[in-house]
Design a protein around this ligand. Structure first.
Ligand code: PMT
Length: 403
């Protein structure tokens, strides 16, 4: 889902941004509202919280959690693709133009790298003032989109330009600017593995693990949404094939290996989110083994390590492995990165409740070939997938520049 940060400035038009929040949601955006202190004089944060289903941010520091609030502006800046401010008051425009960071909205703006849409609203004289004109020039030169205010009778009784543009017009401007990330993987073929494998013990029994495939499927959807051609190789999962993605269904580790190697030549990026079984019964009987009263011991053989094999023949391809760990997350991830010749390892602590295997959310550490380690905090798997692709995009540039 596309995400928008909606900044609400302190003007009489603040009440209209509740309609804007709804219009954005109708266009498929998740909306994170940020209100300035002055905006809270005009409207209760609760209105937006009820509309968007998300906590509204209205102050820089929260008394409950100092550490989290100290970096929240960075998190919000990273998690949203577009920042729209409506109404953008003369004060908000001045702060943005000159880089003053004295509240949440203006601080988050400095940390924000996505598209910015500003819908000013103010008294006509304020709008025409040389200081505001100059600020608008600065912001337009920075590439921000200004949705010009309309002419009409203003709350102060004056007639002239300054009335907030129509909500539909602002929402359309936001929807139009949705594209910066939408094609950044065009021209790439991304090969993704997902889900568990099932290793037969006999005709009716097998060993497997708790992987649901959700993480790998989220990666496939994100890759397709960003313009890539996607080949998804999935173990047995209960998920619908993602739209616009070539999905190949396999059962065992050996079948997964065969499918990966068959499609390797066409791939420019390989992402191995599957939880491949480490052992299998190579001599599994074709028939059902009869139950006896005797104790049963099974002899298992190691499966081929597909990631390591791809690592040995990857050439210029970008290789992203996963690491499911219960301790020493960072050390184990770096060890896997080196041993399997990966460019990135997505490491998750699978012992933690509510993330990793068979859950809707994940929290990961991205361990990069460049030496960096980037934490991605707990979020829906699609959101985590978005962050992984953002970092992959940066890594692609860094590796290209290093050649
Ligand atoms: O499917 P979900 O329910 O959404 O859960 C997501 C997940 C927890 C499965 C996923 O986030 C994850 O961590 N996937 C990797 C699981 C795993 O097998 O980790 P590992 O540390 O054992 O393996 C390391 C890497 O080697 C993985 O990229 C794995 O795909 C690969 N591997 C492992 C064994 C093998 N024989 N061949 C491989 O290619």
């Amino acid at each position: 889902m596309n995400t928008v940060a909606l900044g609400v400035g302190g003007g009489i038009a603040a009440y209209k941004s509740a309609e804007l929040a709804r219009a954005l949601m109708e266009r498929g955006f998740a909306v994170q509202v940020i209100m300035t202190r002055a905006a809270c004089e005009f409207l209760q944060p609760l209105t937006f919280a009820a509309l968007t289903g998300r906590k509204v941010i209205s102050q820089m520091f929260s008394a409950e959690d100092n550490l989290a609030s100290a970096i929240e502006h960075i998190r919000v800046a990273q998690e949203n693709e577009i920042l729209v401010v409506a109404p953008a008051t003369a004060d908000v425009l001045a702060k943005f133009a000159h880089g003053n960071a004295d509240d949440f909205l203006s601080t988050m703006y400095l940390a924000f790298t996505g598209r910015v849409v500003l819908a000013p609203a103010m008294n006509t004289n304020m709008w025409n003032h040389p200081a505001t004109r100059e600020n608008i020039r600065i912001l337009e030169a920075r590439g921000h989109e200004i949705v010009e205010p309309e002419e009409g009778e203003l709350a102060c009784g004056m007639v002239g330009p300054g009335r907030l543009a129509r909500i539909e017009k602002i929402a359309d401007a936001v929807a139009k600017s949705r594209s910066p990330r939408s094609a950044d993987f065009e021209g790439e073929t991304v090969l993704i593995t997902a889900g568990p494998t099932q290793e037969p013990l006999d005709a009716v029994r097998y060993i497997t693990n708790r992987s649901s495939g959700k993480m790998g499927y989220a990666l496939a959807e994100e890759a397709a949404a960003r313009g890539a051609r996607v080949v998804l190789i999935a173990g047995p999962v209960h998920l619908a094939d993602p739209a616009g993605v070539r999905t190949i269904h396999v059962r065992t580790a050996l079948e997964m290996r065969k499918a990966v190697l068959e499609h390797l030549a066409e791939a420019s990026i390989i992402m191995k989110a599957a939880a491949v079984a480490d052992y299998y019964r190579s001599n599994a009987p074709r028939l059902k083994e009869k139950k006896t009263a005797a104790r049963l011991s099974l002899e298992l053989d190691p499966t081929p390590d597909i990631l390591a094999e791809v690592g040995r023949q990857k050439g210029d391809r970008l290789l992203v492995g996963f690491a499911a760990e219960t301790d020493h997350l960072s050390e184990e991830a770096r060890r896997k990165l080196e041993n399997k010749n990966c460019d990135m390892i997505v490491a998750n602590l699978v012992s933690q409740e509510g993330i990793g295997f068979d859950s809707d959310e994940n929290e990961v550490l991205l361990v990069m070939r460049t030496g960096e380690s980037i934490p991605v905090e707990r979020a829906p798997k699609r959101e985590v997938a978005r962050r992984i692709f953002d970092e992959m995009s940066r890594l692609r540039l860094a590796l290209h520049a290093a050649k």
